[in-house]
Design a protein around this ligand. Structure first.
Ligand code: NAD
Length: 485
């Protein structure tokens, strides 16, 4: 049996951007910082506009043949790619923790999901549907790939959110250029390096650059779609820029998820998940519980139990330290925003149930979990997404009132209701305006389930067949059969 030789990566070496199946070095390099040590990481390429033009040209050329491949051919390569990532996952997880600050257990989870996502994408075929058929004619609903796509990735989940865009783009016959966040260029570059020996040149390329690269991509006339994950503010800039060429854009933006706890819950049973889903990855996940509404009948008991659980189980520290769930904040800019939020709570005189501290005197961008006790609805900690390990608990008394308060913001990524009474919980859940809503859970995602936001949390959907469709143009194909009889 032939032995397939798989790529083996060196996580310390970055030979260039990946353009048309080759490393293309850049005249200048840049580096990002390990947020746990504040030490510079490795020199990484700094793309120019010419690099982007070259990548777009190669992606357009590659599209001509890649778009003609069959679903089976694409699926075979996607599975091979997932295997190659799996073989390199130990090093990739290390790199992910190093650059994003993410605890090792969360990096492991990110790679579990990334590999599972790619393997599932390989099974998802966007098939033609027959919309109408009679003796005279058949009307099909068909989907054609768009061409060159651009993926703009944030720093919090470089692997899952990066390949969560690449996988569907390639499976639907498009070519794609991935741009990692300047804060976390390394994992994404290595993921594209692994792909070099699997996909034909130009099909999947990666460019690392600075703050100019994203706008160059959104303006580029030959990129047909931008799939973007990031903040609401940047999402609006992306949409405005895409509008100039009327290119499609899919926007996955910020969230400020409400989690509603009813009075009949079994606190010890639901608390571990609720507390973990508030603080894991230092709160730097778009769809964590960011406003926890607890029924007044159990509020004090729930608050005290959450404080106790968090103190005992949710450890802050460097991502490589065993048992850590709260690593450093990923970058200095975000750390300053988080510090400002902690200070605002203090300055405003809100009650604090768990007085987590920003650890300014230690090296690294660390902040401990903090729980704010029933602040006003219009406080910054309630209305703004903190993207740090700080969460408000809020008291409620009637179902209608809490639904109104949960829906009151202009964001709608996720939301959940927790109750033993499934029929009440489901009734409440159906009234929540968010892209994903859970009963007795929070933050479940799956590669075959669409994911995205309502209101300012986003436009369009990723993942699921719904997400695949975003990478295509729809054609209604009318075939008249008997006209020449
Ligand atoms: P960000 O908006 O600062 O940056 C995201 C990406 O956009 C980066 O690659 C950045 O280089 C690029 N970019 C910046 N300015 C640009 C411009 N003008 N044009 C084009 N690209 C540009 O976001 P971030 O700080 O990296 O990520 C944190 C935010 O992302 C949070 O608000 C979080 O809620 C959100 N997020 C959303 C999801 C989701 O799926 N809905 C997932 C993760 C994170």
């Amino acid at each position: 049996m032939a032995v397939i030789s798989r790529p083996v990566i060196d996580i310390k070496s970055y030979k260039g951007n990946i353009i048309n199946g080759k490393f293309v070095p850049t005249a200048k390099t840049r580096h990002s910082i390990d947020p746990a040590t504040e030490q510079p990481l490795f020199p990484a390429p700094l793309a120019t506009r010419e690099d982007l033009d070259a990548a777009v040209k190669h992606a357009s050329d590659a599209f001509k043949t890649w778009s003609q491949t069959t679903f089976e051919e694409r699926a075979k390569l996607m599975l091979e790619y997932a295997d190659a990532i799996e073989e390199n996952r130990e090093e990739l997880e290390k790199l992910d923790t190093m650059e994003s600050g993410k605890p090792a257990i969360v990096s492991k989870n990110e790679f579990n999901l990334t590999i599972q996502w790619l393997r599932t994408f390989a099974t998802m075929e966007l098939k033609d549907e027959i919309l109408d058929e009679n003796d005279e004619r058949t009307v099909y609903s068909t989907h054609r790939p768009l061409g060159v796509c651009g993926a703009i990735v944030p720093w919090n989940w470089p692997a899952l959110l990066g390949l969560g865009k690449v996988g569907p783009a390639l499976m639907t016959g498009n070519t794609i250029i991935m741009k990692p966040s300047p804060y976390t260029p390394y994992t994404d570059l290595k993921l594209c390096e692994i792909a070099m020996s699997i996909f034909p040149p130009g099909v999947f390329q990666a460019l690392s650059g600075d703050d100019s690269l994203g706008p160059w991509m959104t303006e580029h006339p030959d990129i047909k779609l931008i799939t973007f994950t990031g903040s609401v503010r940047t999402g609006k800039l992306v949409a405005a820029s895409c509008s100039k060429t009327l290119k499609r854009c899919v926007l996955e933006l910020g969230g400020n998820d409400a989690l509603i706890v009813c009075e009949d819950v079994d606190i010890p049973k639901c608390l571990p998940k609720i507390a973990t889903m508030s603080f894991i990855n230092s709160g730097q996940i778009c769809m964590l519980a960011k406003r926890i509404y607890v029924h007044e009948g159990i509020y004090d008991k729930f608050r005290d139990a959450m404080v106790e659980f968090t103190k005992e189980n949710i450890k802050t520290g460097g991502g490589f330290e065993p048992g850590v769930l709260v690593g450093p904040i990923q970058n200095k800019m975000q750390y300053d925003l988080v510090k400002d939020m902690y200070q605002d709570v203090k300055k405003s005189g809100y009650q604090v149930a768990l007085d987590g501290k920003v650890l300014e005197s230690t090296t690294g961008y660390f902040a401990e979990p903090a729980i704010v006790d029933n602040p006003p609805d219009d406080s910054r900690i309630v209305v703004e997404e903190p993207f740090g390990p700080i969460v408000p608990l809020l008291k409620w008394s009637s179902d209608d009132e809490v639904i109104d308060r949960a829906n009151s913001l202009n964001l709608g990524l996720g939301a959940s209701v927790w109750s033993k009474d499934l029929s009440r919980a489901e009734k409440m859940a159906r009234k929540l305006s968010a892209g994903s809503v859970w009963v007795n859970s929070h933050f479940d995602v799956a590669p075959n389930v669409p994911f995205g936001g309502t209101k300012e949390s986003g436009l369009g959907r990723e993942w699921g067949i719904e997400g695949f469709k975003q990478f295509t143009d729809h054609t209604s194909l009318w075939v008249w059969k008997k006209i020449f009889e």
